[in-house]
Design a protein around this ligand. Sequence first.
Ligand SMILES: [Zn+2]
Length: 450
Amino acid sequence: MTYDLLLMGALVLPDRILDHGWIAVTGETISAVGTGPAPAAARVIDAGTDWIIPGLVDGQTHATSYKGLPGFAATSQSALAGGITTMVDMPYDNPDPLNTMARLDAKIAAAHSHSHCDVALYATVAPGQGTAEMAPLAEAGVCAFKLSLIESHPVRFPRLPADEILDILTASRPTGLPVGLHNEDQEIVRATIARHKAAGQITPEYHEPARPEVAELAATAQFMELGAATGAHVHIVHLSSPRGFEMVADYAARGVRATGELCVHYLHFDATRDVARLGARMKVSPPIRSGVIDGLWQACEDGLPALISSDHSSWPIDNKLVPSIFDAGAGIPGLETLGPSFYTDAAQRYGAAGAVRRLVDYMCRKPAEFFGLAPRKGVIAPGADADLVVLKRGDTRFDASQTRDGLNWSPYDGETFAVSVATTLRRGEIVWDGQTILSAPGSGRFVPRR
Ligand SMILES: [Zn+2]
């Protein structure tokens, strides 16, 4: 038989790397995987000794928090250019969060008219809303719920009090869905910021001390205890330090359904080393800390993060470069740097093969399984969606002015990465050739949790 497409290269499979391997694609699906003589195909992509990996599943994207639902258009093109074929989008949309069936329908419709990549969706619950919409949202395929213990915006990104979180966690149990938390204690953060402002300390180096680790750990511990009391799956969406991962592991060892997520920038930037150079360009919350990079890599070696994500935020640079660091938007673009940055740093520690194995584990397999998208997503195997990426080996200078996200700034601007995304296939279609987005808006699909 003749297949539609054949890819040849160094395949990164779940259990091994297959040099000189091939993947045969029929329509949207992987039909066969092998090595040795390749079958006939209408079209062949020969990647030689370059890596072929599953499309990345970015577990934390904020595509629609600035431009609203049309924000899918640019963000999803950036995803494909970064080798991300599925983004898991957060619910804090502009102007209103995804907390009802009507808003879920609207967001799915927006994905189907604007998105170039596949999309899975978080939902949330507003303060005072009650839990009645949670079961229908889960039934309709949202993959997780997200809450916050700190207010970032009164409507879009509000704070939930602990009694309501308790009810939400209880209601989440029959759905089986993880409930994610933005883990910062509001009172500690607000008081510390006020003290720095009163002392005139408003430059970027005060962002990290104004959101101290204890604010993060106290919120994490509270959520873990609420999880322990309810039996819900409690998930911390970003832990910035090894201590947080140890705490979550302690709860998990005691039988709590507790997980924690790492974002790639915490593995790469250091507050003391980089703040003078980057300023507000590295403002994220919880903040980049000092001296934790080695400990976070060790946490990865110990298997503690459930997944590693970008936390891509679609803030224009104007929103960052303001007189006070406390008025600058938190969040950075990160879809095109997620895989290359992780690979480059990991290669220095574990070599090229060790880097690509870890990348596929933390950015493909684990997020696909975590969000209930496996076995369609996150793996090279017959029957899976033909979401495939050619990672070209060789140093490339990252130029943020060329990114596809419509933002065109990045704290990684000018860095050298050891791989680049040469080709992206989304469900069998070549959607990125290393230069140009080839897909149509709306060709991405909503992927429900299974
Ligand atoms: Zn986030």
